[in-house]
Every structure is written in C-alpha cells, then in structure tokens.
Design a protein around this ligand. Structure first.
Ligand SMILES: Cc1ncc(COP(=O)(O)O)c(C=O)c1O
Length: 403
C-alpha cells in the first residue's frame, strides 16, 4: 500500500496520524469496525476484476481484511521506516510462525538466539523440524560465534533483544549486517521495544515481528501479532499468510489501534517506573543481579543506550541464594502485582523465571553469578505509582523468609 503523507513526521506524530485515511474513517476520528465476511460487488464487471486486484486497500472478501485492519497495518508500517507493509496475525506466536513458514524451506538451517521466547524455541524444535528445517541455537552475545555458525544451508536467523527472561541485549546492527553479508534473512522479535524504542529495519533487520498483545494492545484484552518488512519480503509474507488463512478480527484491530495511539506515553511512564524500581532492587542485599537494560551498569545497558530510543516496563532480577520456595513465597506475598504471563498491560505482573531448561548453548546461572543465585523473577511494571509498587516489593521481601 502506498505510503501516506506522514513520511517526514516524527514517530510521536505518526502514532497519532497513521492509518487515518479519510476514505477509511469517514467523518469520525477512528476507522469504524467493519465486521464483514462478504464484500458486495457493484456488478459482474467489478466482481470479475476482484481477484486481479489482490492488493491491500481493495475490498474483496473478509479474509483479506477491510478498512479497520488496513488502518492498523498502515499505522504500524508508518512507525517502521524501511517497511513497505505490515502483515497482521491472530497472535505474536502466529506472526513468528507465519514469518518463518514464509522464508524457510525443507533442508534449511534456522539460527535462533539462545535467549529467544520459549515458544519460538519450541517452534524451531517442533513445527519447523517437522517441515524439514533444522534449528540451531547460538550465544546471543557472541557476534563472531554467530558468523562462524553460518553454513551453506543457513537461510534465516531469529534475533530478539532484549532476550526473553534474562534480557541480554544483542548487537543487532552487527548481527543483521553479518546475516545480510551471508544472504541470511534476519528476523527480529521486537516486542520488548516496539518500533518506538528500536527501529529494527533501520538497523539492518529484514523482518520485524511484534506481539501486539503486549504494549500495542496495552490493556491485557486482546491477542494479535504483526510482521513488517520491505517490498519483496512483505509480498511473500502476505502471500503465505493468505494461504494459511490468517486474518484478525476487526473488533480486535480497532482495540489495537486504540492502544497504539497512546503507546508512547504508556511506554514512557512504564520505563521511568521500571528504572526507579530496578534501582531500588539493585540496592537490596537480597538481590544478586538486576537484569534491566535501562539500568546504568546492568548487563546490556551500553548497547541499549547506543541503539535504542526507549525502554519498557519489563525486566528481571535474581535473588542472592535462597531456593525456589523462598522465591515463590515472595511472589505469593505480592499484593499489587498479579501472577500471570504476558506483559505490556496497564497493570503490574510478576512471574518466576527458571531459564536453565530453555538454554542450549549458554549457561544459567550466568558465569558472573554464584551457582546459588539462580532463582529469578520477571516483573512487568504497569501504570501504578512506583512508590506503591516498591512498598509492595519491600513487604514481599520480608515474606521470603520461611514462616
Ligand atoms: C518476546 C515475546 N514474543 C512473542 C510473544 C508471543 O506473543 P503472543 O502471546 O501474542 O502470541 C511473547 C508473549 O509472551 C513474548 O514475550
């Protein structure tokens, strides 16, 4: 779809203006929810012409969307300089699967960062293996090791920064450049930062994937994913998504679009609160390490500062010693944090992390931690007052000790 006139505007302004074409919104601010399977044709001539015009922005049939989905896709494309289009999927995992099933063929090798989101790892070792693809894992921080791991059969690499749970920040520009040098397609899971915090395509990535269930939705009430890419790859993503029958509901697209408009201010507030809380945790004797890229001195901070435009509310920390029962007592004692998966909503969440079983080439605990410092917690900081969240964490620290 042709770019709209927001091209030269800042990201903040694009966030407001993107996808709001007059022909989609009519006289109201937001594109209405076009709930439709059947699209009606004027006459036989337009019906006969329909299949030839398989382009975004043309009515054809519900599976190809309607203005509500087109508006969301276009708004996301406008946040990702270098992208020709954005494909929408019913979840972040569906976006990852749809992307990888587009670019991989039997016999190919897919290189996956060792700190990838666990279902991505499972996809590599299950679904993709069943289709004849071999998944190989590499140390997220070893750039030279990544190049050495590339072989003739390597078709694609899956990057993620910061990585899930342990939050290492990969050198994406270096890894993406090496991938390009060796004709390997780079795919990045950019859910943590979103294009507001990291401009993936500008940094050399070929396909930028995001779970919209997190920050973009922002209210813990929808599931969706996206993949943005330049012209040729976008056309391939679209073709494969159509053959897989992928479509998102217009109601969810409208919710995602509503969330998108306030993404920047929510991310700013959550980043500031997360940093305040990360600093507090860093000062506590019970804590061995805080894994928060925005925290000066924390692992990955230097690369984050160099490459990222912003952060978010998601980070982890590890207790000094203790055991799983003590860590679980801590989580159980939290009053303001819900216990639950996902993140990026307006409310704070906590989950235990035990990464050892989802690593194959990097050790856990990390070498700079003692063997006993292995019981971690991932926090997703919401929009509550940070002082209240800190008070909650403080009282839960006391509850760690056995009764
Ligand atoms: C980094 C990351 N990528 C992708 C996903 C998958 O997104 P969804 O839950 O929308 O399928 C998640 C979900 O937790 C995630 O944390």
């Amino acid at each position: 779809m042709a770019k709209s006139p927001t091209d030269k505007l800042s990201l903040s302004t694009r966030l407001v203006a993107g996808g709001r074409r007059k022909e989609w919104t009519g006289p109201v601010v937001n594109p209405p929810v076009w709930r439709a399977s059947t699209h009606l044709y004027e006459d036989m001539a337009t019906l006969a012409d329909g299949p030839k015009r398989n382009e975004d922005g043309h009515f054809f049939y519900g599976r190809r969307g309607a203005p509500t989905q087109w508006a969301l896709a276009e708004a996301l494309t406008e946040l990702e300089p270098g992208a020709a289009g954005t494909m929408l999927y019913p979840s972040g995992v569906a976006a990852l699967a749809g992307t990888l099933l587009t670019i991989l063929r039997p016999g190919d090798v897919l290189l996956i960062t060792d700190n990838a989101y666990d279902p991505t790892r499972v996809m590599g070792l299950g679904l993709l293996r069943d289709f004849g693809v071999e998944a190989r894992f590499f140390d997220p921080l070893d750039v030279a090791g990544f190049e050495a791991a590339i072989c003739e059969r390597s078709r694609a690499v899956l990057l993620e920064a910061p990585g899930s749970l342990t939050m290492e920040v990969q050198d994406i520009p270096a890894l993406a450049a090496l991938a390009r040098k060796h004709n390997v397609i780079s795919v990045m899971d950019n859910t943590w930062a979103s294009p507001l915090g990291f401009q993936a395509l500008k940094h050399g990535v070929d396909i930028s994937v995001m779970s919209l269930s997190k920050h973009v939705g922002g209210h813990s009430d929808l599931m969706m994913g996206s993949a943005a890419a330049g012209g040729e790859l976008y056309a391939k993503l679209r073709k494969r998504a159509q053959s897989l029958g992928q479509v998102v509901s217009p109601d969810d697209a409208a919710l995602a679009l509503r969330g998108l408009r306030t993404l920047e201010i929510r991310l700013q507030k959550q980043t500031a609160s997360a940093l305040e809380i990360a600093k507090w945790l860093d000062s506590r004797k019970e804590v061995a390490q805080v894994m928060c890229p925005m925290l000066p001195g924390a692992p990955g901070h230097d690369i984050w500062k160099r490459d990222f435009l912003g952060g978010c509310g998601l980070f982890s920390f590890v207790f000094m010693g203790g055991d799983a029962a003590a860590r679980n007592r801590f989580i159980d004692a939290l009053q303001l944090f819900g216990i639950g998966y996902s993140w990026g909503g307006y409310e704070s969440l906590a989950v235990p992390i035990d990464p050892a079983s989802i690593r194959s080439v990097t050790p856990w605990p990390f070498p700079d931690l003692d063997e006993g410092d292995r019981f971690g917690v991932r926090l997703a900081i919401g929009l509550e007052a940070p002082a209240d969240l800190i008070a909650d964490l403080e009282q839960a620290m006391a509850a760690r000790h056995a009764p």
